[in-house]
Ligand binder design. Structure first.
Ligand SMILES: NC(=O)c1ccc[n+]([C@@H]2O[C@H](COP(=O)([O-])OP(=O)(O)OC[C@H]3O[C@@H](n4cnc5c(N)ncnc54)[C@H](OP(=O)(O)O)[C@@H]3O)[C@@H](O)[C@H]2O)c1
Length: 266
C-alpha cells in the first residue's frame, strides 16, 4: 500500500505487537494495520491453524508479518516473545495487550489458583509487557490494552476477570503519567462483541441468554470485532496524539443503561 494514501499516515512502516492477534479483535486489528502499511507481529497461545490463516491473510495483503507462539500467562514465554521482537526488529512502535483468559465462576467458587492464573494472564502480562515494550520505543510509541464493561459493572461469573480489567484500567493511568510524553497508554473497553470468546461465555449456561440481553442495549446488537479494532486504530493514529491515560468505551451504550430499562417500556 502506498504511503501517500491518507489512511496510511502514521502507520506506514510501524512495527506493532498484538497479543492474541490471530483471532477476534486482535486479528481484525492486525489486518487493519497491514492495510495501512504497518508490520504486525501476532502472538497466540496454541491455535496453530488460526495463526497460519492470519499470517497467510496478512501476507496476501503485502505485509511481512511474524507470528509468535507464547502463552502470556508464563513470564518466561512472555519475556522470550519480547526477546524475539527485539532481536528481529530492534524496536517497537505499537504494543496492543489484547490476549485475555479467565475462568467464569461465582465469587464463592473461586480458588486461589483461579485468582493467580487470571492475574498472571491479564494483569502481569500487561504490566511486564508494557515495561518491555517501552524499552523498545526509543522514538515514542503507543500502547493500548483491552478492557471490558466487567471492570465497572458486576454480572454473573465475571468477578475474577472484571476485577483484573479494573486493575488494568488503573495501571493505564499510572503508565501514562510515567511513560509520557513519548508514549501514550490507553485502554479500550469493549461491550458484547461477536467473537469466539463471547460465544464461549454465553455458551456456559451460567449467564442469561444473549436474546434476553441484546434488546436492552441502546444499539440492540453485538458489536463487531472490526468496530473495536477501529477504535484501537484511532488510539494508535496521529489523530489521538493528545489522548493518554484514558479508557475508550466501545459498548453500544451498554454501560449507559440501568434498571428500570427503557426497553421494557415498549
Ligand atoms: N469478545 C467480547 O465480547 C469482548 C468484550 C470486551 C472485551 N474483550 C476483550 O478483547 C480482547 C480480545 O477478545 P476476543 O473476543 O477478540 O478474543 P478471541 O476471539 O477469543 O481471541 C483470543 C486470542 O487471544 C489468544 N490468547 C488467549 N489466551 C492467550 C494467552 N494466554 N497467551 C497468548 N495468547 C492468548 C488466542 O490464541 P489461540 O488462538 O492460540 O487460543 C487468540 O489469538 C480480550 O482482552 C477480551 O477480554 C472482548
Amino acid at each position: 500500500m502506498s504511503a501517500s494514501k491518507p489512511e496510511s499516515q502514521g502507520f506506514q512502516g510501524k512495527v506493532a505487537l498484538i497479543t492474541g492477534g490471530t483471532r477476534g479483535i486482535g486479528r481484525a486489528l492486525a489486518l487493519s494495520l497491514a492495510a495501512r502499511g504497518a508490520t504486525p507481529i501476532v502472538n497466540y497461545r496454541q491455535n496453530q491453524e488460526a495463526a497460519q490463516g492470519t499470517v497467510a491473510e496478512l501476507e496476501r495483503m503485502g505485509a511481512t508479518p511474524l507470528a509468535i507462539r507464547a502463552d502470556v500467562e508464563s513470564l518466561e514465554q512472555l519475556e522470550a516473545m519480547f526477546d524475539q521482537v527485539a532481536e528481529r526488529f530492534g524496536r517497537l512502535d505499537f504494543f496492543v495487550s489484547n490476549a485475555a483468559a479467565s475462568n467464569f465462576r461465582p465469587f464463592m467458587e473461586l480458588g486461589p489458583h483461579h485468582l493467580e492464573r487470571t492475574f498472571n494472564t491479564n494483569v502481569r502480562a500487561f504490566v511486564i509487557g508494557t515495561q518491555r515494550a517501552a524499552r523498545l520505543m526509543q522514538d515514542g510509541g503507543r500502547i493500548v490494552v483491552m478492557s471490558s464493561y466487567g471492570s465497572i459493572r458486576a454480572y454473573p461469573t465475571y468477578a475474577n476477570l472484571g476485577s483484573a480489567k479494573a486493575a488494568i484500567e488503573a495501571w493505564v493511568r499510572y503508565m501514562a503519567v510515567e511513560l509520557g510524553p513519548g508514549i501514550n497508554v490507553n485502554a479500550v473497553s469493549g461491550g458484547i462483541i461477536e467473537s469466539d470468546s463471547s460465544a464461549y461465555f454465553y455458551g456456559t449456561g451460567r449467564v442469561p441468554p444473549l436474546e434476553t440481553v441484546l434488546p436492552k442495549l441502546p444499539k440492540q446488537r453485538m458489536g463487531t470485532v472490526q468496530e473495536v479494532a477501529d477504535c484501537v486504530l484511532f488510539l494508535l493514529s496521529p489523530a489521538a496524539g493528545y489522548v493518554t491515560g484514558t479508557t475508550l468505551v466501545v459498548d453500544g451504550g451498554l454501560t449507559a443503561i440501568a434498571p428500570p430499562f427503557q426497553s421494557e417500556m415498549d
